[in-house]
Design a protein around this ligand. Structure first.
Ligand code: GLN
Length: 532
């Protein structure tokens, strides 16, 4: 902990400005200077983790190697930094209050009145300090969720204030991300919202060292001067974060406008930057594709793209590495009649993960259509379960085959609860979660894709292909090419010969795809959509 540097990232004016991407970008610059970084996210909500939240409300639930369920920002951190993050690096009010109350009940504060300050703030600070100690890291990036002024995030801001007071000045840096709107009627970038949010921050005892202005274009010189004057930061520390089409461009833009240099100057860090040339080349590939494919994503959370962000980002990684523009189209499978029509002439189809009955029959229809018409299809988790259901119905002649998640009374439960899940009642953090090893069958497409006999990928499910149906599925041509290494008999990959690409995984390869090291499953799938 001693000597660890801390970067606090706060947000002003409104939420959704991309603080997570700023945090991930700062992490990536620091990595390029050979510093070890750990990203931490503080969330004000009272859920212990976002695992029980509806993806349409909160975006995708990202699953970590250690089984933690966290929010989308962790996906950005991993995709930018290429490092595995941990559940403990997500501090939620739910986790903090739960442990303070547990400590109170077990008598740890005996005699004391338990208060927000110091008990709750101490809990936050101890957790942050433990992370710095356990990870032996050079820099901890602490993103504080929400917007300055929100009641629920106050306690994290207060902990940050205390730390900034106690630590040497050059060990902490505060980056405040705000919105700088363009007002068409006067033809000007307006700084007042930024000024107000900086005042709000000041009133909490926190002074911004660097202001990142999110705008639809670069900040004008005049805008920077004004923010500098009114918000009490040097002009060089006001950085433009213009809208981009590709989020991977953000680190390049922020670096160009000096964020890299201002952060290291503030923290008195001396390593020189190694370049980010490869990153730049990949961004250029993204911006100048030489070919294109259309991919349909068939799910039910299609009203919010953020519910499938890891899949979309994995496709972006393929774009950058294969120099190919990928046009994706969401198809809501709730209306089965429409499904086939909507698929149109898609070059490939993804059936993503999901839960529950709604949209399941539509996905089964899509699976049939792709199998019969030899359209590349990739099934992920629920996608695998429904592709197997379709196969059982239409190839094995098991007419009403189903997952018991959809129909508890089906005569042929080809997909059923994993036995250990049968007695589980609580919903939070109780699925089969996190990184598990898969043993891959020799001679399979999966083996060609990974070029390994064993891979570790991440899971989030309660159901599995029912072992009683393995034989009949095999007899009719479904290859069960990956099995769990640890648990008996859990199918983790299925595929089919004589098809350009028919593969499904019980795991989510999208959680391990990074910009610089994309998922081989996605790469091979996209290649087959291109016809490579
Ligand atoms: N609903 C399915 C299960 O629980 C699939 C989950 C998923 O797609 N993540 O097994």
């Amino acid at each position: 902990m001693q000597g660890t540097k801390w970067v606090f990232i706060t947000g002003g004016v409104l939420s959704g400005l991309g603080k997570g991407l700023v945090s991930a970008s700062i992490g990536r610059f620091l990595q390029s200077r050979n510093y070890k970084v750990v990203p931490v996210k503080c969330d004000g909500y009272l859920n212990v983790d976002p695992g029980t939240m509806n993806p349409i409300e909160h975006g995708e639930v990202f699953v970590l190697e250690d089984g933690g369920e966290v929010d989308m920002d962790f996906g950005h951190y991993e995709r930018f930094l290429g490092t595995e993050t941990k559940f403990d690096w997500n501090l939620t009010s739910g986790k903090i209050f739960q442990s303070v109350i547990e400590k109170e009940r077990s008598g740890d504060y005996l005699g004391k009145t338990v208060q927000m300050i110091p008990h709750v703030t101490d809990e936050i600070r101890h957790r942050l300090e433990d992370i710095a100690d356990n990870e032996d890291t050079d820099v901890v990036l602490v993103e504080i969720g929400g917007t300055v002024g929100d009641l629920e995030n106050m306690i994290f801001l207060e902990a940050a204030r205390q730390m900034r007071l106690d630590l040497p000045e050059e060990n902490t840096c505060l980056v405040h991300v705000t919105l700088v709107p363009w007002l068409e009627s006067v033809g000007e970038q307006k700084t007042k919202p930024t000024q107000h949010s900086v005042k709000e921050l000041d009133s909490l005892g926190l002074e911004a060292d660097i202001i990142v202005g999110r705008a639809d274009m670069e900040l004008k010189k005049k805008t920077k001067e004004k923010i500098s004057l009114f918000c009490n930061v040097p002009e060089d520390n006001v950085v433009s974060n213009p809208d981009v089409e590709e989020v991977y461009k953000i680190p390049l833009n922020l670096k160009k406008d000096g964020l890299d240099r201002t952060v290291v100057d503030n923290l008195n860090l001396t390593n020189n930057a190694t370049d980010m040339e490869r990153w730049g080349e990949l961004v250029e590939n993204l911006e100048n594709p030489t070919r294109k494919v259309d991919i349909a994503i068939c799910g039910k959370y299609t009203s919010l793209e953020d519910s499938y962000v890891s899949i979309l980002e994995s496709l972006k990684h393929c774009s950058a590495h294969l120099e190919c523009r990928i046009n994706h189209r969401f198809i809501d499978t709730t209306d089965i009649e429409e499904t086939e029509k909507l698929l149109g002439d898609a070059d490939g189809v993804i059936i993503p993960g999901g839960f529950g009955r709604r949209g399941a029959e539509g996905k089964i229809e899509v699976a049939r259509h792709c199998r019969e018409n030899k359209i590349p299809i990739l099934g992920l988790c629920y996608g695998l379960q429904l592709m197997v259901t379709e196969f059982a119905r239409n190839k094995c002649g098991l007419g009403d085959a189903n997952s018991t998640e959809v129909d508890e009374d089906t005569e042929h439960p080809v997909v059923d609860l994993i036995p250990e899940q049968k007695d589980v009642e609580a919903k939070g953090g109780t699925m089969r979660l996190g990184g598990e090893s898969t043993e891959i069958e020799e001679g399979s497409m999966a083996k060609d894709i990974y070029n390994k006999n064993e891979v570790k990928e991440r899971f989030r499910h309660r159901y599995e292909v029912n072992p009683e149906y393995h034989d009949i599925l095999r007899e009719h041509g479904l290859r069960l090419s990956g099995f769990s290494k640890k648990e008996d008999n859990i199918v983790q990959i299925v595929e089919m010969d004589n098809h350009p690409f028919y593969l499904a995984t019980q795991f989510h390869p999208e959680f391990k795809s990074t910009f610089e090291d994309p998922s081989p499953v996605f790469i091979e799938f996209v290649k087959s959509c291109i016809g490579d």
